[in-house]
Ligand binder design. Structure first.
Ligand code: PLP
Length: 378
């Protein structure tokens, strides 16, 4: 099925032209960045230029950037017992944080019904901790709800702990300044900002000690061994530079389209629930449900209409279980099981929103028919 409307940007975004061009050019460079000869130096130059671009995107120094194979690895690199005695996370984190990294145990801080971490509960728990490491996402990948990271960082630091921020869904949509957020560690992923898949970074505040996951050569100042993914890193850098330049304008356009999508959802089916709507959200994300909708059938119905959306988090798609995020928000299980996520990006067009709304109208009509038949049979 040809997809006419791609609305799954929180799973992965469209490669930016700048990233594609930088990768194509990098692929033509033969040289290992660790080699001292001219060919090696040419490859090293690409890696270091990208480090500067990624650092600039989040307002930090290039030396704070450690390139990894993506957001998942950056999270694993951050979550080490070297950095804390106890790991506290919010109940709405991505599975790559929920697994606890290299901690043997992880404690969850609850979220409110609006999908925001409960800061009072965090503060209470911190009062009973020594040397905590807290991991909190900047914005939730399912609901788009933005978390109060700067406030949490102040609380964590007052308790003598460190805070890691999984900012994978942030750049390109909201401001994402490492220092303004008060982060000690921050995870980024290239493919969520128009860069390639399989590359990301952990930003580390100067002085925060890392416990390498991958040991061997001294690449990334000993923090991550292995010959660098030069082309991927070059693409990441180019995407970061484009995002730093255009994100505010792009986010404003996307917000307008997302609002139109949400207005259309409600116009067709007024009982539609938009999860997390009461809290500040990313401008590109809508997670919605209506009674009677089954996520797995809805995703297929949208797909048959040429519209790509996902049920809950893409990483867990294929599973019918309600998402842990909606469970933490206390959503009714029947609604939670049917939740569909539409997420937009820098090249989303009005036509794509129209295609989505057309498919939605057909799907809602089908649901109403089934409901009527059930009422008739009862
Ligand atoms: N953290 C969040 C919030 C995510 O949404 C994702 C991916 O969906 C990840 C981490 C993992 O990133 P990657 O796909 O680069 O491993």
């Amino acid at each position: 099925m040809v997809t006419h409307a791609y609305l799954d940007w929180n799973a992965t975004g469209r490669l930016r032209q700048e990233a594609q061009a930088a990768m194509t050019a990098a692929l033509a460079v033969t040289g290992n960045p660790s080699s001292v000869h001219a060919a090696g130096r040419a490859a090293r130059h690409l890696v270091e230029a990208a480090r500067e671009q990624v650092a600039a995107l989040v307002g930090t120094a290039p030396g704070d950037v450690v390139f990894t194979s993506g957001g998942t690895e950056a999270n694993m690199l951050a979550l080490s017992p070297v950095l804390g005695e106890v790991l506290l996370i919010s109940a709405i984190e991505h599975p790559s944080v929920r697994c606890g990294g290299r901690f043997s145990a992880v404690e969850e801080i609850p979220a409110t019904a609006a999908g925001v971490v409960d800061l009072a509960a965090l503060e209470r728990r911190l009062a009973r901790c020594s040397r905590p490491l807290v991991s909190l996402m900047l914005a939730n990948n399912e609901t788009g709800v933005i978390q109060p990271v700067a406030e949490a960082a102040a609380i964590v630091h007052a308790a003598g702990g460190l805070i890691h921020v999984d900012a994978v869904q942030g750049p390109g949509r909201i401001s994402c300044d490492f220092n303004a957020l008060g982060a000690d560690l921050m995870t980024l992923s290239a493919h969520k900002i128009g860069g390639p898949q399989g590359v990301g970074a952990l930003i580390r505040r100067d002085g925060v000690q890392l416990d390498p996951l991958i040991k061997g050569g001294g690449q990334e100042h000993g923090a991550r061994a292995g010959t660098e993914n030069v082309a991927g890193i070059a693409g990441f850098g180019a995407a970061a530079e484009a995002v730093a330049r255009c994100w505010a304008d792009e986010a404003a356009l996307v917000a307008g389209l997302r609002d139109r999508l949400e207005a259309g959802l409600a116009a067709t089916a007024p009982e539609t629930v938009i999860f997390g709507r009461e809290a500040p959200r990313l401008p590109n994300t809508t997670l919605f449900g209506i009674p009677g909708m089954k996520a797995e059938t809805a995703v297929i119905a949208f797909d048959l209409a040429g519209v790509a959306v996902s049920s809950g988090a893409a990483c867990s798609s294929g599973k019918v279980a309600p998402s842990h995020v909606l469970a933490a928000m206390g959503a009714a299980p029947e609604l939670a099981r049917g939740a569909i996520r539409a997420s937009l990006g820098y090249s989303t067009s009005e036509d794509e929103i129209e295609a989505f709304l057309k498919a939605w109208a057909a799907l809602a009509e089908g649901l109403y028919k089934i409901r009527k038949q059930q009422e008739f049979a009862a």
